[in-house]
Design a binder for this molecule. Structure first.
Ligand code: UT7
Length: 332
């Protein structure tokens, strides 16, 4: 699903992110499972990741990121119409994490809901808010990507626990003229491949009980090699479709912000899009794979570094469980 067919569009006017303080290095992991810094770095590009403190839940991280985005945008929180929180690790099933941060932020005019699209969640959230703004339903939205994956990974499974981290990123979106701000969006899913990355237990199919927990079904399961093959292809496809639809050439892109799942996937996407290394935002070495939070954290860091300039053309591309993938093209 692609396009920007509304009467107007939305632009990003504030960016925020939050990383928990605790750093877990590959050397720490060597003491926990049968792995090595060398394996993790060469296979994934990850050196360390952040882990939420015991008292921190998804809404605490999301609140910090959203608060920073709102401050950067300089908007009155009372004017926010919509809050979308993309996450697969909400505080609880009910109420939504979006409603929890709505109250903390004091955005009492807003409608708030969570969105589940795994690592593509932030892209899906921005595309959803952009279309609601674009058709004129609302004027201001906050979109957050947040994960506390450390609570759902199996710390005895070396194939997954070395890859993931915790964090949050957020943007404020405000109405603008069509042709400014977000100029292209793309979302796609393939539900037939859900078992490549899933968490079987803890929902209504396999509710919490002793047997389910004993069989470790409440942890994330991943078929890494199966995902790897599809990741590059689908991210490049999403980027190309978004660019084509917007009538933008690859050579005009200033920055690519890819989902940070694996440095080899990022490199594959970069080469196929014919971009220079300097054009690709990479922080996987420091934060690992934070699923829906990965793109807004990378965007936040790019913005804070002062590198992102007004007028820059940026493409954000994600891929993840579901399967889901998608892309957002915007002019800063
Ligand atoms: O966020 C979006 C969704 N996620 C992704 O897109 C992830 C995509 N997949 C990947 O990033 C990569 O497939 C991984 C990083 C997960 C794995 O890299 P790989 O090159 O595909 O390795 P592999 O799964 O083929 O495993 C190679 C070997 C296996 O040993 P054998 O069977 O060849 O003897 C694994 O058991 O590496 C072993 N292995 C490890 N060894 C040391 C797996 N995990 C570890 C580990 N430390 N942590």
């Amino acid at each position: 699903m692609s396009g920007n067919s509304g009467i107007g569009s939305a632009k990003i006017t504030g960016i925020g992110y939050y990383l928990p303080e605790k750093i877990l290095t590959n050397f720490d992991l060597e003491k926990m499972v049968d792995t090595s810094d060398e394996w993790i770095v060469t296979r994934s590009g990850i050196r360390e990741r952040r882990i939420a403190a015991e008292h921190e839940a998804a809404s605490d991280l999301a609140y910090e990121a959203a608060k920073m985005a709102v401050e950067k945008a300089g908007i009155d929180i009372k004017d926010v119409d919509l809050i979308i929180v993309a996450t697969v690790t909400p505080d609880m099933t009910l109420p939504s994490t979006a409603c929890i941060i709505q109250e903390k932020l004091g955005a009492m005019k807003a409608a708030a809901f969570d969105l589940s699209a795994a690592c593509s969640g932030f892209i899906y959230g921005v595309a959803t808010a952009q279309s609601m703004i674009g058709i004129g339903h609302i004027k201001k939205a906050i979109v957050v990507g947040v994960e506390v994956l450390s609570r759902i990974v199996d710390w005895e499974d070396r194939a997954t626990c070395v890859l993931f981290g915790d964090g949050a990123g957020a943007v404020v979106l405000e109405a603008c003229e069509k042709g400014e701000g977000i100029i292209g969006t793309y979302m796609q899913s393939d539900g037939s491949l859900g078992e490549l990355l899933y968490r079987p237990g803890g929902g209504t199919r396999l509710p919490f009980n002793e047997e389910m927990i004993r069989e470790r079904q409440h942890y994330v399961k991943m078929k890494g090699d199966g995902l790897f093959k599809i990741a590059v292809r689908s991210m490049v496809d999403a980027a190309e479709k978004t660019l084509d639809e917007a009538g933008v050439k690859k050579k005009d892109i200033d920055y690519l912000i890819p989902h940070q799942a694996n440095i080899r996937i990022i490199e594959g996407v970069r080469k196929r899009l014919k971009l220079e290394k300097e054009q690709v935002v990479v922080n996987i070495d420091r934060v690992g794979n934070t699923s829906s939070a990965s793109i807004p954290i990378a965007l936040g860091e790019l913005n804070e570094s002062g590198t992102l300039k007004k007028g820059d053309l940026v493409i954000m591309v994600a891929f993840g469980g579901g399967l889901t993938w998608g892309s957002i093209l915007f002019r800063n």
